[in-house]
Ligand binder design. Structure first.
Ligand code: PMP
Length: 431
């Protein structure tokens, strides 16, 4: 099947929900026919350099020979079998690799089917852990202002109602606590007062708190902000002091994106529970993972319920696990660290000219993440075609114009991407 034709596009606009979209005023769609390397090919023959990596996930580029081969080989064996009572090598070898790669102490793996579900699993693990320890009253969560953890009910409850994404549901969500967002920037100084409010909340509420959930170092959808590793170290220490579990949501940051394999590594800390997704399969398939310490897994299993109460149909899908395993092998073979360092310096150099624009509040780069923060929001309908005309795929969000390219993007393509971003920002200034 090739790219959608006019009739299919009409059907799409009438019948299909896209993310956060209206069915009365459906957003304009750019029909894509195929994708290879860092390029999206539209049905009209235009090729776009993709700055979004399909929302953080396509780290090795599209249509990658090794990932394709892993998928082909696995699909000829089995694409899916239930995981209840059955097991298979793709899940075992992937889990072994995850235990090896992730920060020390994370040794038990739950293979979920999407990032949001891995967050649900993490929250449930934390609640079940305290229940098993005879403290069922420790069932609330604390999270951070500007945090984002997904769109399902548990995940929404720990998102800051920032940008109004989930405000509508606030009346029916579990009532959680929120600490201020971490202010000290990634490479700035840190003062004890920067974390004083989190400490106060933990001191006051630890008796009812199961876990602190946060995005380590990079707050994504809630503002694309990079904060201080020292803040994260202090938060870890406070969780220990007040006996509150630490859940690190590394769904966006995992697998090298921030310049360390996991963002927690910037601070040299291990969380008690970690959520992974997005780049886990190199962006090929939907798969996520929740890792926990042996102590958490043991406590839950020794508790009254006797098991962890979660088990989705597509748990540990073998096809997704086989592709994920190959994606993790590729990270190592292709030396992700030098790739990300190269992207980081390209982004820093390429986006710098935007800093001089009056409409631009800040330009920041960490690892393979580049952000232009404007004073005013952009209109997607206005700006998306401008980027497409420049031959790039960039999808701004509110005041944020940001990219997180595949690690394999060449220097030349990166220059085209950043030049286009700056050009569109300049054009907006002139309009
Ligand atoms: N946590 C973070 C930090 C995310 O960025 C996202 C996705 N944007 C999620 C959770 C939810 O993942 P998914 O979209 O796969 O459900």
């Amino acid at each position: 099947m090739h790219g959608p034709d006019t009739e299919q596009l009409a059907f799409d606009s009438q019948h299909i929900w896209h993310p956060y979209s209206s069915m009365i005023n459906p957003p304009p769609m750019f029909p894509v026919e195929s994708a290879s390397g860092v390029r999206l090919r539209l049905t009209d023959g235009r090729e776009l350099i993709d700055g979004m990596a399909s929302w953080w996930s396509v780290v090795h580029g599209y249509n990658h020979p090794a990932l394709n081969q892993a998928a082909h080989e696995q699909i000829d064996r089995m694409s899916h079998v239930m995981f209840g009572g059955l097991t298979h090598s793709p899940a075992i070898e992937l889990s072994r690799k995850l235990v090896e790669m992730t920060p020390e102490g994370l040794e038990r793996v739950f293979l979920a089917d999407s990032g949001s579900v891995s967050v649900e699993v993490a929250l449930k693990m934390a609640i079940q852990y305290w229940h098993a320890r005879g403290k069922p009253e420790k069932h609330r969560m604390i999270s951070l202002r500007n945090g984002y953890h997904g769109d399902t009910f548990g995940a929404m409850s720990v998102c800051d109602p920032v940008n109004g994404m989930h405000e509508l549901f606030s009346g029916v969500l579990a009532q959680q606590l929120f600490a201020p967002r971490p202010e000290p920037p990634f490479d700035g100084g840190f003062a004890a007062t920067d974390i004083a409010e989190l400490e106060r909340l933990l001191d006051q509420h630890h008796g009812e708190l199961a876990a602190l959930i946060l995005e380590p170092i990079v707050q994504g959808a809630g503002g694309m902000r990079f904060y201080s590793p020292e803040w994260l170290r202090q938060a870890r220490a406070l969780c220990d002091q007040y006996k509150v579990l630490l859940i690190a949501d590394e769904i966006a940051t995992g697998f090298g994106r921030s310049g360390e394999l996991f963002a927690c590594n910037h601070a040299g800390i291990s969380p008690d529970i970690m959520c992974l997704g997005k780049a886990l399969t190199g962006g090929y398939m939907t798969l996520a993972a929740t890792l926990a310490t042996a102590e958490i897994a043991h406590t839950i299993s020794a508790g009254g319920a006797g098991c962890f109460m979660h088990g989705p149909t597509f748990m540990a899908n073998p096809l997704a696990c086989a592709v994920a395993l190959e994606s993790l092998n590729q990270l190592e073979q292709q030396d992700w660290h030098s790739q990300v360092q190269r992207i980081e310096s390209g982004l820093k150099q390429g986006l710098e000219p935007a800093r001089a624009l009056t409409s631009v509040a800040d330009v920041r780069v960490l690892g393979a993440i580049g952000v232009i923060e404007r004073h005013e929001p952009v209109s997607l309908a206005q700006v998306q075609p401008m980027f497409v005309d420049q031959g790039v795929w960039v999808r701004p969000f509110g005041r944020l114009v940001y990219v997180m390219p595949a690690y394999i993007m060449s220097d030349a393509d990166l220059t085209t991407l950043t030049t286009a971003m700056v050009a569109v920002m300049q054009e907006l200034d002139r309009l």
